[in-house]
Design a protein around this ligand. Structure first.
Ligand SMILES: Cc1cc2nc3c(=O)[nH]c(=O)nc-3n(C[C@H](O)[C@H](O)[C@H](O)COP(=O)(O)OP(=O)(O)OC[C@H]3O[C@@H](n4cnc5c(N)ncnc54)[C@H](O)[C@@H]3O)c2cc1C
Ligand code: SF4
Length: 327
């Protein structure tokens, strides 16, 4: 499959990039590592007139320690995150999850910003144009039908990024920039939960930086990922757990799921069940049950929804046990 024709824009500063984005509006798409976008373009899911390459923006490629936590630029490669002594020391669970993304060649190209801004996926969507032509367009491609949920009134495509659940569990914020405006939002708010338009970026806006606040003195985290081939696949289920500890037991807990809905899902019950407790077998089982309850996979990526949902239970137990054990 060949790429469609496009014009390549190569800004040398963030300001120039934002000017170009504002100038070209809907006709331009941002490319970082290109590991996801170029596949989608070959499949004619996107045929932008312009590709704006962020590669020249060295100002977005950094990992910095600060009083308020760690700051990571959007253009930082996954391999850099995996190998960074700062990340490995301060947030080992982030390096762990980045190491589970795809395979080393894609980690060498793929960036943090591209990972967080991943489009949602579906068996009926991530296909060549030729393949898709056999069916009428669905909600995600401008039609009025869903091929997965018969009678469904919206798109159920799945958010399958590996880093978002971990960073949401760490209460990360993201910096967004467009011409004439900057804003900082909790990472969780970047996700709309709508399969048709899953990322809450405004027109001409890009993600520039991730801020991870300094955690409690004693804490631990873990990320569990279910996938067909450990060597390269997207998650069928992913569970991130971050637990902090004090003399009274668990002082705070965040459990976040990926690959079970159109956005990462926070298991709200987890903190209520775990706080002030020692996470013994019974409590961990109750949190796992709460995670099972909020996970609503449908049959649009690999495996069956029932198996994926059952594995949410299993992965949640493992993630909590490991997070507690690493403290
Ligand atoms: C075979 C294969 C397996 C994969 N497995 C996994 C996996 O297991 N887990 C996983 O999480 N991902 C996986 N991916 C997806 C992808 O490789 C990674 O998520 C990677 O981190 C994406 O980063 P990128 O820089 O290449 O993004 P790109 O492809 O450049 O961009 C992805 C999207 O983000 C947008 N974008 C990029 N940067 C920004 C920015 N700074 N601001 C705003 N928008 C931006 C682009 O416009 C595009 O829509 C896989 C991909 C392939 C091809
Ligand atoms: S979930 Fe339904 S609407 Fe969404 S991409 Fe798949 S088939 Fe299309």
């Amino acid at each position: 499959m060949r790429l469609p024709k496009f014009e390549h824009l190569q800004p040398e500063s963030l300001e120039e990039a934002l000017d170009l984005l504002s100038e070209h509006g809907e006709e331009v798409k941002v490319i970082a590592g290109g590991t996801d976008l170029l596949v989608s373009m070959k499949q004619r899911l996107f045929t932008p007139k312009y590709l704006l390459n962020l590669k020249g923006l060295a100002e977005l490629d950094f990992i910095r320690d600060g009083n308020e936590g760690l700051r990571i630029g959007a253009l930082t490669k996954l391999t850099t995150i995996i190998k960074s002594p700062l990340v490995r020391e301060k947030f080992p669970v982030l390096a762990q999850a980045a190491g589970y993304v795809s395979a080393p060649p894609l980690q060498n190209m793929g960036t943090l910003g591209g990972n967080l801004c991943l489009n949602t996926r579906c068996f009926f969507y991530n296909q060549s144009q030729f393949w898709r032509q056999a069916r009428p367009p669905c909600f995600k491609t401008g039609g009025e039908v869903c091929h997965v949920v018969k009678g469904g009134d919206h798109c159920y495509s799945v958010y399958q990024g590996d880093l978002a659940p971990v960073l949401i569990a760490l209460e990360a914020r993201v910096k967004l920039a467009k011409k004439g405006g900057r804003r900082v939002i909790p990472l969780l708010d970047l996700y709309t939960g709508q399969g048709e338009k899953p990322i809450a970026l405004e027109a001409g806006e890009i993600l520039t930086e991730v801020e991870i606040p300094a955690p409690a003195a004693s804490w631990g985290g873990d990320y569990q990922k279910l996938r067909y081939r450990g060597a390269m696949d997207f998650p069928l289920v992913g569970v991130a757990a971050v637990l902090s500890q004090n003399e009274g037991g668990c002082a705070g807990a965040k459990v976040v799921l990926t690959a079970v809905a159109s956005a990462p899902v926070v298991v709200e019950e987890a903190s209520r069940l775990l706080e002030g407790q020692e996470p013994d077998e019974e409590i961990v089982a109750r949190v796992a049950e709460a995670a099972y309850e909020v996970a609503r996979p449908v049959a649009n990526i690999g495996s069956t929804p029932l198996y994926r949902r059952k594995m949410v239970r299993v992965m949640t137990k493992r993630a909590i046990t490991n997070a507690w054990g690493t403290e």
